[in-house]
Design a protein around this ligand. Structure first.
Ligand code: MTE
Length: 332
């Protein structure tokens, strides 16, 4: 069963039309109720996929995406959602500048269509996968995840996408594949920040294969019922909710399967400060600041009281087992 959304409640074209969180919640509750009425329906049925394909128009600015509530454990946060305007106005996307307001201001130049993702390395089915095919590869779900930035702020966002594992299974990694590297777009013509030397472009991130296969690891195409806005990593990004936000690469163009731990952008830039794992951990401080607490964006104003940061960003029950026996201080 597929729930179709109408454009009105998700139309964020101008500030006056921004959906207040309450309206969004009410709307989502309605969708959830409708979805539960379809209990037992196969979410990934061919009919649903076709309906979904028809509901997605590419290219488009923010067209509504149809999705169902995720059955993945841990995917539904009970906290208040971050307002859309905060989630899309306070971003890290250094390809468009280093100030939090730069991506919203500058990302309009990003060209998201046509778009494809090159799959290479240790897989049986390498090749170039068109965005349109990736959108239809698995049933689209809505998942509400916390995202905790290494800088000490966090947001709660209704993401749209499906588990990255669906794509990984489709391309069939070879037995020797142990890691997955994500390479994102670095186009100096459309991304003004790429001419700066703040990072060694392209922005690269990586996960261990079992982390990438974990059901919580989301390949995201949208948020708040719509395709991703450009500043949020259109047309597709990762969301790895138990790791610091920088592990969630935006505007991905290449996924490479390897037997070696990838050299990631932030690890290359400052190896003492940013490790490969980067699991959210209040017990392991950044060399220059504590990670014990965080500020929720939009909560009680800009300088709100801080809340305690949780181990694995609160997803310990789901992901703790991935790190059993590992010294999290050494593998930070
Ligand atoms: N991906 C790319 N390509 N470039 C970036 O600069 N910044 C990362 C991550 N993904 C970044 C990126 C960081 S530091 C964070 S905290 C998150 O994106 C922020 O995601 P958001 O702006 O959508 O909240």
């Amino acid at each position: 069963m597929l729930i179709k959304t109408t454009s009105s409640a998700y139309d964020h074209g101008v500030p006056s039309e921004i959906t207040p969180t309450e309206v969004y919640h009410a709307r989502r509750d309605l969708l959830r109720w409708m979805a539960s009425g379809a209990a037992g329906a196969t979410l990934a049925s061919w009919g649903a996929r076709e309906a979904f394909a028809q509901s997605v128009k590419l290219p488009g600015k923010n067209v509504p995406l149809a999705a169902v509530k995720s059955p993945v454990a841990g995917a539904m946060s009970l906290e208040k959602l971050t307002d859309y305007k905060d989630a899309t106005g306070y971003n890290n996307f250094y390809e468009f500048g280093t100030d939090k307001s730069d991506p919203a201001r500058n990302a309009g130049t990003l060209k998201t269509s046509p778009w494809s993702v090159e799959i290479e390395g240790l897989v049986k089915k390498p090749g170039r996968y068109a965005l349109e095919d990736l959108l239809k590869l698995s049933a689209m779900e809505e998942r509400i995840y916390r995202l905790r930035c290494v800088e000490g702020w966090s947001m709660v966002i209704p993401w749209l996408g499906y588990s990255l594992s669906a794509l990984i299974k489709r391309v069939e990694p070879l037995g020797a594949a142990k890691y997955v590297e994500f390479v994102t777009l670095a186009d100096p013509k459309t991304m003004p920040g790429v001419t700066s030397r703040v990072l060694d472009w392209p922005y690269v991130e990586g996960l261990r294969l079992d982390e990438a296969m974990h059901p919580l690891t989301l390949l995201s195409f949208g948020m708040y019922g719509e395709l991703l806005p450009k500043q949020s990593g259109a047309p597709l990004r990762l969301v790895v909710p138990w790791k610091y936000g920088f592990k969630s690469g935006k505007s991905i163009v290449k996924i490479r399967f390897t037997d070696k731990q990838p050299l990631t952008a932030w690890n290359k830039a400052a190896p003492r400060e940013y490790g490969f794992y980067s699991n959210v951990n209040p017990g392991v401080d950044h060399p220059r600041w504590s990670q014990a607490s965080e500020r929720r964006i939009g909560e009680d104003g800009l300088f709100a009281r801080k809340r305690k940061t949780l181990l694995f960003n609160g997803y310990e029950a789901q992901v703790g087992q991935l790190y059993a026996g590992m010294d999290l201080k050494t593998y930070f």
